[in-house]
Ligand binder design. Structure first.
Ligand code: HEM
Length: 379
């Protein structure tokens, strides 16, 4: 599997861990010692995993022995000789993919990084003449954390890619016949006189077909949000909200939506498609909850998040039918829905899209009043 490295994301990990260029060059102080130690290290690691039946099966499966020891030895010395950071992150991305391809359980790779930490800790302590060994060990910790993040990212990306291709294929295969079924049902329904008992049956079938159609659409959106790397741009909250209202049904929502936005912070930084999906599903959710209520009300407001600087909270409140408190946690599970015509994908899409855009999403009950959804995004 040859998935190109998402360089921007991988270098973002580096930034978040607070690793700077100086850190890599300071590790160069240990390169001489690492050269001397690299073979001892790789043999030690190999022997360790040869003792564990699960990993021995992988190591014995092909005659990796010397080749793998050489690979690990080179990797060990390269940790202390990083000249090109893109190459460094790409190498770890590739090794993550290679591990998946070779059937190495990711838990053992994590465990190996723990062993590497221990080994280097011992190595540094044994050489008493190393200056500022504590400072160097702190850098090693950060760099190994970066390796683990990249390996884990590669593992998740490659193992989920296949699932997502299958999901996409199923969605596509279901959508086409569904359109034909829906179209024919509509014809039959039109040709059937009003008093004919079959009319009710066609109505139900049409409703279920449209629910299925929405379900397929939502599965595709969820899949896309999961797979696509967000491309954040400045999004004007008011304009995106208006688009979402127009999409759902402006006439149905008229007079029921009360909007009060913080004009001092009119934009969020998010991927346009993700932000559209977030607002559409939140509004649809709110609309479905109030549709049968006597005094339907949807209130939308925004304000800067009181605890995290540079983040905007967009709150959507609705009255109407309240979910049971026990259902709240389940609402983020795909396919879980308390509504007869729900697909169980709206809130999972919102949560996933908010998280992928470095934000958050929360839902809570306002006793005796309604439901409050809060999406938090960088602004
Ligand atoms: C500190 C943790 C580890 C690091 C840094 C590491 C590093 C690497 C690297 C750099 C490669 C070569 C990737 C490529 O061809 O692009 C590799 C391959 C491989 N690793 Fe690891 N590895 C680690 C842990 C493990 C563990 C725990 C096992 C299993 C016991 C393992 C088994 C393998 C296998 C089977 C290959 C493929 C060898 C080949 O096709 O030549 N690795 N590893």
């Amino acid at each position: 599997m040859n998935i190109p490295p998402p360089l921007e994301r991988l270098l973002y990990f580096k930034e978040k861990l607070g690793i700077d260029d100086n850190d890599f060059s300071r590790l160069g102080l240990l390169s001489g010692i690492a050269q001397l130690e690299k073979e001892a290290f790789s043999s030690w690691l190999y022997d360790y995993f040869f003792e564990i039946p699960h990993t021995r099966a992988v190591l014995e499966h092909e005659t990796y022995d010397d080749r793998l020891k050489r690979t690990w030895a080179d990797w060990f010395s390269s940790l202390f000789d990083v000249r090109d950071q893109q190459k460094f992150v790409t190498r770890h991305w590739k090794s993550g993919l290679k591990h998946v391809q070779s059937g190495v359980d990711h838990r053992y790779v994590n465990m190996a990084y723990g062993l590497v930490r221990r080994y280097i800790g011992r190595m540094v302590l044994e050489h008493r003449d190393i200056e500022d060994s504590e400072g160097l060990l702190k850098i090693i910790d950060k760099v190994l954390d970066l390796c683990i993040l990249i390996e884990t990212d590669a593992f998740i990306t490659s193992t989920t890619q296949c699932d997502h291709e299958v999901i996409k294929g199923i969605a596509h295969q279901v959508r086409n016949p569904l359109t034909v079924i829906g179209g024919n049902l509509m014809l039959l329904q039109k040709k059937t006189p009003g008093q004919d008992p079959r009319k009710k049956i066609y109505d139900t079938m049409l409703l279920e077909a449209s629910r299925l159609e929405r379900m397929v659409k939502n599965v595709v959106t969820y899949n896309e949000v999961f797979q696509r790397e967000p491309e954040p741009v400045k999004c004007l909250v008011r304009a995106f909200l208006q688009d979402a209202i127009d999409l759902i049904a402006p006439q149905k929502l008229k007079g029921k939506v009360d909007i009060d936005l913080d004009e001092s912070c009119p934009e969020v930084s998010a991927d346009q498609n993700d932000f559209k999906a977030i607002l559409f599903h939140l509004l649809q959710n709110a609309y479905e909850a109030v549709v049968d209520s006597k005094n339907p009300l949807i209130k939308i407001n925004s304000h800067l998040n009181p605890s995290i600087t540079g983040y905007l909270d967009i709150e959507i409140f609705n009255n109407g039918d309240l979910p049971r408190p026990d259902d709240i946690d389940q609402m983020f599970t795909p396919f879980f829905s308390t509504k007869s015509m729900g697909t169980g994908f709206g809130l999972p899409i919102v949560k996933l899209a908010a998280r992928k855009n470095n934000g958050n999403f929360k839902i809570s009950l306002v006793p005796d009043q309604g439901v409050l959804c809060v999406v938090t995004l960088p602004c």
